[in-house]
Design a protein around this ligand. Structure first.
Ligand code: FES
Length: 348
């Protein structure tokens, strides 16, 4: 049986078919609600059910606060209606010409950026346009049906090519192939299958507030996409990038970030290391990257934040920026990297 869902405050309606989640049905109807992982691990799709019955699935109880659960908050990528629903959720404005598609891609090149980070350049079919908003991601779909998500590290598909940054995850099946391990290392010319673009992690063009970009590790990739988009558009909003890693090699595109300072008026770059060793010769900031933001900007009430990286960093930033620095909850935009290992932990 299908059910009607009304989204407040926009007062938009769509129909959820049997077996569909609220998020999937909204996206199919062209209504973009905030989302990232689509598997119940990141909380980006958190919304409130005002009225109606639904099956929340097990994920909200694992990752949402008890107080929010009691107020009807749930994960819209997991919720399946059992009656008509009224929900409260923010709607994201997406460019009209963005269409999610599945397509084959060819691996063009693999370039090491750091001992454990590889840049993969993919050649897309020349007959199909692949438009995306800077900050979005794509998913590889493997033969066994498993998927892996990677953000585009470029502002657009120039020459039908996109670039991704892949970190080597110990034991990760795909990332081990990328780093040449096992019987079948990934090689140029190999054909893979993707779906995209996906996600709601992109800049709000109408929000004039100064931007704080917060990245850890390869969370830099979608931030690079957004900043290159700002450069291309001549977007001169004040913006500061805080990029955190453990050791200097983790900040694998520092030279590029320093170059942006010269090209983008009002842009600042603050690299932060958590585990610098004396031999690294590091003279910059140390500690946790989100704490560096709080030291510099104890009042975030007039800012907007775009955060991407390890789930623990993103969640700590979300909590501390809102609770301790006065950031408006709807000004925190995030894309958490959930690996297969993260998902297994949540499902355990
Ligand atoms: Fe729903 Fe991540 S938990 S999109």
């Amino acid at each position: 049986m299908s059910f009607k869902v009304t989204v407040l405050p926009a007062d938009r309606e769509f129909t959820v078919e049997p077996g569909q989640t609220v998020l999937d049905a909204a996206l199919a109807a062209g209504i973009v609600l905030p989302y990232s992982c689509r598997n119940g691990t990141c909380s980006t799709c958190e919304g409130r059910v005002v009225s109606g019955e639904y099956d929340a699935g097990p994920a909200p109880a694992r990752i949402l606060d008890a107080a929010d659960l009691a107020r009807g908050h749930t994960l819209l990528c997991q919720a399946r209606p059992a009656s008509d629903l009224v929900i409260e959720a923010r709607e994201v404005r997406m460019a009209d010409d963005i269409v999610v598609r599945k397509m084959p891609v060819r691996v063009l090149s693999l370039e090491p950026l750091a001992p454990d980070v590889m840049e993969i350049t993919l050649q897309l079919p020349s007959a199909e346009a692949f438009r995306f908003q800077p900050g979005q991601y794509l998913q590889f779909i493997f033969k066994d049906g498993t998927r892996r998500s990677y953000s585009m590290a470029c502002a657009q598909a120039e020459g039908h090519r996109v670039r991704l940054h892949v970190r080597h995850m110990p034991g990760g099946l795909f990332t081990s192939r990328v780093f040449g391990a096992g019987d079948e290392p990934l090689k140029p010319r190999e054909i893979l299958r993707i779906e995209g673009p996906l996600g709601s992690f992109f800049l709000d063009p109408d929000d004039p507030r100064p931007i704080v970009f917060l990245a850890s590790g390869t969370g830099f990739a979608p931030i690079q996409s957004m900043i290159e988009g700002m450069l291309a558009r001549g977007d001169a909003r004040p913006a500061t990038l805080y990029w955190g890693g453990r050791r200097p090699a983790d900040l694998y595109r520092q030279a590029l970030a320093l170059e942006w300072r010269d090209r983008l008026p009002g842009f600042r770059f603050v690299p932060v290391l958590s585990d610098a060793e004396p031999g690294d010769g590091w003279t910059g900031r140390t500690g946790w990257v989100h704490q560096a933001v709080m030291e510099d900007l104890p009042d975030l009430s007039g800012h907007q934040v775009y955060a991407c990286g390890a789930p623990a960093m993103v969640e700590a930033a979300r909590h501390d920026f809102i609770e301790r620095c006065g950031l408006a909850p709807d000004a925190f935009h995030a894309d958490a990297f959930t690996s297969a290992a993260d998902l297994a932990r949540v499902e355990a």
